[in-house]
Write a protein that binds this ligand. Structure first.
Ligand SMILES: Cc1cc2nc3c(=O)[nH]c(=O)nc-3n(C[C@H](O)[C@H](O)[C@H](O)COP(=O)(O)O)c2cc1C
Length: 211
């Protein structure tokens, strides 16, 4: 295995200040559509970073299920590590890496729980097997072996029979309200383009950052 000499040249047209949307959500939406059109695998996947009660960072990939003027939504187990950590430190960061396009988007903000209604609505739209999976997994807890999940899944199947599967009270959505975004476009010679949007009283302020 050789990582040391592996290099990719980022031959892209770059990102100009004049081409940026005034609103970062619109810029994100445009880049997301381009990632989708380019065939990037799971373009809504992003790395969600939280910190624990000692300030130690913790990061994992989750799927964004919405990105609009309100913010970015994702769904998970409310008793998981990521959900417990935001109770003490609600500021999180998200990183989208669309490597085929040599692009990265970073976003930071505070999270809050989505309303019960919105979580119910999204849960109802999930495939039945995913719904049963949400009931089955005590996410982030230590389990003895895989059989624990299989036994629990059989119990859950028996419990719901052929009927509808209600949303577990311990599962639902989070909404991140961004206060800062950064759009990164790879360029040759490692002189990449970076633009940061910071929220101010007068709206979004855009600055170019050194790569
Ligand atoms: C591509 C991908 C998508 C994922 N999407 C989600 C998701 O939307 N929600 C979720 O809870 N976990 C998702 N996971 C699993 C998480 O990365 C993580 O393992 C899990 O949420 C437990 O994290 P925690 O113990 O830090 O809370 C995904 C993992 C991958 C690789």
């Amino acid at each position: 295995m050789s990582l040391r000499d592996r290099r990719v040249q980022y031959e892209t047209a770059g990102l100009d200040r004049a081409d940026l949307a005034a609103d970062p959500t619109r810029q994100f939406s445009q880049w997301y559509d381009e990632a989708l059109a380019a065939g990037v695998a799971e373009p809504n996947a992003f790395t969600l970073s939280t910190v624990d009660h000692l300030g130690r960072p913790n990061a994992r990939v989750v799927l964004a299920r919405g990105a609009d003027a309100r913010g970015i939504t994702y769904f998970t187990n409310y008793t998981s590590t990521k959900s417990r950590e935001v109770a003490g430190a609600p500021c999180v960061s998200g990183t989208f890496a669309w490597l085929d396009l040599h692009r990265q988007v970073r976003v930071r903000g505070e999270v809050e729980r989505l309303s019960e209604h919105e979580s119910d609505d999204y849960f109802a739209s999930r495939p039945r097997e995913s719904q049963l999976g949400a009931w089955t997994s005590p996410q982030s807890e230590v389990i003895a072996d895989r059989a624990v999940l299989e036994v629990r899944l059989a119990e859950v199947r028996g419990q719901f029979g052929e009927g509808p599967v209600a949303r577990p009270p311990f599962w639902g959505g989070w909404l991140m309200t961004p206060t800062e975004w950064e759009f990164w476009q790879g360029r040759p010679s490692r002189l990449h383009d970076r633009f940061r949007y910071s929220q101010s009283a007068d709206g979004w302020v855009i600055n170019r950052l050194a790569p």
